[in-house]
Design a binder for this molecule. Structure first.
Ligand code: GLU
Length: 386
């Protein structure tokens, strides 16, 4: 078993790093851009780039920059006004980054995405190809949500989630979420709080430690950071939540210093899951679940088998054929996610029954499996799968 120090030290080996910068890191509480901080972060990112790392920046701050430019002191309540602010602010944000990165002899490229882009298989692959091409040409992609067209149904929610998805899209080694706190904090006996230096995985107890504050400029809080990191570390990668206002924070993380909260153990088998399986599992919202018995859990988790009707105890939600659904234990733990060959109604009829009975029960049998192993990603960190 590796020690905490050696796990930290192994971060120096991470080659492809996604750095998400929250609005509050870039904007002062007065609403003005914090140029000194932006300049310092750009220098740090450029240093990583010049050291040979592949860096991808996911930056918030468009809405904040737009509100400042338009003279708004408070966050507008309507979506069109937020989108207007984003339209005005995104160009300002990028011209600031372009100028500052140019001083460090680094080229950048803007990438604006919506959730729909990453869910659609062709656009997903296009986004990946473009960003990989930028990296190959030593150009740093600077990513943000395309706020101008994103309405609720197609939104990522916040840029923490976008950062994790970009990390999975590009198969990054490390996700760094920069905010204005030193990491996750837990209460001490003395009534104070103390930073949590390292977490193996995100449990409900860990989520319960997250206290969120609302802000004029940003949407994500500690909970959203933990949930986003949870997705990313589920495939055997690491994430760090740290304070983007602290001097040399990136250098410290990348040289193994005890900085922020490190989530995930890089020593665990890295799931080099097929890109298509990751696309199925993380770029779609699950539309329901099947609860499975212990035998099915073992067959899926330990033997990499498909899910058959016999192991299903119950169904949650209404979903059609082809929907992405969770596979859960009776205790509610999600062990896998995949594309279902049967609609929820049909699963109600065939659950607990033998594959040979499907035809008699439904009138026809298209598939033996409810979820085929080729269309399912196992969400436990212990296994390696192809
Ligand atoms: N995309 C938004 C912006 O650039 C930020 C979303 C978030 O709060 O994470 O202003």
């Amino acid at each position: 078993m590796k020690t905490d120090d050696s796990i930290r030290a192994s971060l120096a080996q991470c080659h492809r790093v996604v750095i998400k910068i929250g609005s509050r890191v870039l904007i002062q509480s007065s609403g003005r851009p914090d140029l000194r901080r932006i300049r310092a972060l750009v220098k740090e990112i450029a240093a990583l780039h010049h050291a040979g790392k592949e860096v991808v920046v996911v930056s918030s701050g468009a809405i904040g920059a737009g509100l400042h430019a338009l003279g708004h002191k408070t966050r507008p309540g309507t979506l069109p006004d937020l989108q207007m602010a984003a339209a005005v602010g995104q160009t300002r944000l990028m011209s600031r980054y372009s100028a500052l990165f140019a001083r460090e002899s680094v080229r950048i490229g803007q990438v604006l995405l919506t959730h729909d882009d990453l869910r659609d298989r062709v656009r997903h692959l296009n986004a990946r190809n473009t960003m990989m091409n930028l990296l190959r040409h030593r150009i740093i992609p600077v990513v943000n949500e395309n706020d101008v067209v994103a309405v609720d149904e197609i939104k990522f929610g916040d840029n923490d989630h976008l950062g994790a998805l970009v990390g999975m899209l590009l198969d990054a080694d490390l996700l760094i979420l920069l905010s204005t706190v030193d990491g996750l904090r837990q209460p001490t006996n003395g009534g104070k709080t103390r930073r949590v230096a390292m977490i193996d995985h995100i449990s409900d107890d860990v989520l319960a430690l997250a206290i969120d504050q609302s802000s004029t400029f940003s949407t994500g809080g500690m909970r959203s950071k933990l949930q986003s990191a949870a997705d990313f570390v589920q495939v055997g990668r690491s994430a760090v939540i740290a304070n983007g206002r602290k001097a040399n924070v990136l250098q410290r993380i990348m040289t193994g210093a005890d900085e922020g909260t490190l989530i995930g153990r890089p020593s665990l088998a890295r799931q080099d899951a097929h890109n298509r399986k990751r696309w199925i599992a993380f770029f779609h919202k699950p539309q329901g679940s099947v609860i499975v018995d212990e035998g099915a859990c073992k067959a899926i988790e330990q033997q990499g088998r498909s899910l058959l009707p016999a192991g299903i105890l119950s169904v949650e939600g209404n979903f059609p054929i082809g929907a992405v659904i969770n596979v859960k234990t009776p205790e509610g733990k999600t062990i896998a996610r995949g594309l279902t060959e049967y609609a929820s109604e049909a699963i109600q009829t065939i659950k607990g029954r033998k594959t040979s009975e499907i035809e008699a029960l439904l009138g026809s049998k298209d598939y033996d499996e409810v979820i085929h192993r080729d269309h399912m990603l196992i969400l436990s960190q212990q296994r390696t799968q192809a």
